[in-house]
Ligand binder design. Structure first.
Ligand SMILES: [Zn+2]
Length: 475
């Protein structure tokens, strides 16, 4: 039986303010060719200066992915000509990358697996080519040139599309939590190249591999792998050969197609970049970077389960979206009942996010506001069943929960206190009626209710008045 073996190269754009060798903005987008300068557009005679933050970020990535950090690291020129690379070489790292070795544990189809990392190196991104099929023209946008990029190369430890998608999801989460990449695959800040080959299970040698370039969604990665397993299986079973080549995946057809053959492996003629000095880390510098890494999702999950008593499934849902997770932690700081806060976020807020009524990136209220709402319900300041309506109003108007409760007259507790005083007075003023009731004349209850409602002028719900009255009369 044919068995797939898959390896990955992941490219993650770092969340630095500026590019890796110049001070141009590293933000996504912008009017074409407005975020470039002589350095990143490759003018002769310019000198690149290494972005310290980019180096810090790759070291963070190394720690998060359990790598060895090289104490000595240097930069190389990878020479090739392509229109998206105006320098005609890319500054990258060949023999001395920042990170070596490492691993990530994943759960794929219910099974735990360890995926080994071969290396992580720092390099610069290329520009973007925009092909206009209608006019047959290609336009170049160099805004992306020089955005810092880390390339994470795995060992060929994957054997199914599920393994790979689980890994990519996990990596996205880890990089997001570490604060080094926004993980927005749709914007290309996280992209994947997949190497895949088939061989008989247990065979000593791997089959000929094909590489699928630049896949930019988790779903597309899964589909591309499924298709490639199918395509290579067909070829091999029909006695044909898999060609070593680079392929592209089309989201619309769900198929891969040949881009270029790799029969003559490209010679990039790497040599050390003479403009960028090597970096030598001291132990203190590395320790400082290591200590600046925020708490990772798994640790948070453990804490939620053991300290907050949140179920593992709910804790998973919280950590699987960093925005939701950080919002939850903020809210739990404002109101010390993390379990109820989590529950409200998972049930009420997530429902509205899933239906598109609310956008986690653009909520019109703060985490403390949401915490306050949960607290109002928990402490019977308002009826718990009102909380979801208040949440809706908060989403629509951005008003504070207390303001909404005031405007919509939702307060309970103060009214109940007042109701109690009024009822006590009515009972004290009508001792005969009370005696009649206690002797079994149920119909006088209506009279007492009427008195209470009249005097309270509707400030407490009839239901609450009835309950109070029954309690006082001991029935
Ligand atoms: Zn620049």
């Amino acid at each position: 039986m044919l068995y797939p073996t898959i390896g990955l190269e992941m490219h993650a754009e770092l969340l630095t303010q500026s590019k890796v060798f110049c001070t141009c903005s590293a933000a996504f987008g912008g009017e074409p060719n407005t975020r470039c300068c002589p350095v990143c557009s490759g003018m002769p005679g310019t000198l690149p200066v290494l972005n310290r933050r980019a180096v810090e970020y790759i070291v963070k990535a190394g720690y998060v992915l359990n790598c060895d950090i090289s104490r000595f690291t240097k930069w190389d020129r990878k020479n090739y000509f392509y229109p998206d690379l105006p320098k005609a070489y890319q500054i990258s790292q060949m023999p001395r990358p920042v990170c070596l070795g490492g691993y990530v544990d994943i759960v794929s189809e219910g099974e735990e697996k360890r995926i080994r990392i071969n290396r992580i190196h720092l390099e610069e991104d290329a520009g973007k080519l925009i092909h206009d099929d209608a006019s047959g023209e290609t336009l170049a946008d160099y805004n992306r040139c020089g955005i810092p990029l880390i390339e994470i190369v795995t060992e060929p430890d994957f054997h199914s599309a599920a393994d790979v998608t689980a890994f990519v999801e996990k990596m996205r989460l880890l990089l997001q939590y570490a604060g080094i990449c926004d993980g927005r695959m749709e914007q290309g800040s996280l992209r994947c190249d997949v190497n895949i080959s088939l061989a008989e299970k247990g065979a000593k040698e791997l089959g000929t591999r094909a590489e699928i370039k630049n896949i930019n969604s988790v779903r597309a990665i899964g589909r591309a792998i499924e298709y490639e397993i199918y395509r290579q299986t067909e070829l091999i079973e029909n006695g044909e050969k898999v060609i070593q080549e680079t392929r592209r995946f089309s989201d619309s057809t769900g198929e891969t197609s040949a881009m270029r053959s790799k029969e003559d492996a490209q010679d990039y003629r790497y040599f050390p970049d003479p403009d960028i000095p090597p970096v030598i880390f001291t132990e203190e510098e590395l320790e400082e970077i290591r200590l600046s890494i925020p708490e990772m999702p798994e640790k948070r999950k453990e804490r939620y389960v053991s300290e907050y008593g949140i179920s593992p499934a709910d804790a998973d849902t919280l950590i699987n979206n960093r925005h939701v997770c950080l919002f939850f932690e903020e809210a739990a700081k404002a109101y010390d009942n993390p379990r109820n806060v989590a529950n409200f976020i998972l049930v009420e807020l997530m429902r509205r996010i899933n239906t598109g009524e609310a956008d986690m990136d653009d909520l019109p209220f703060t985490a403390a506001d949401l915490a306050r709402l949960v607290e109002l319900g928990d402490t019977d300041k308002i009826n718990k069943s009102c909380c979801k309506d208040v949440l809706r109003t908060m989403l629509e108007t951005g008003k504070k929960p207390d303001v909404i409760c005031e405007e919509e007259n939702l307060w309970i507790k103060e009214d109940l206190g007042a109701a109690e005083a009024v009822i006590d007075k009515i009972l004290a003023d009508n001792p005969k009626v009370v005696e009649q009731y206690r002797n079994g004349e149920q119909k006088v209850f209506g009279f007492l209710m009427g008195q209470a409602n009249k005097q309270l002028k509707g400030a407490a719900t009839p239901k609450a008045v009835k309950e109070l009255l029954e309690k006082k009369l001991g029935s």
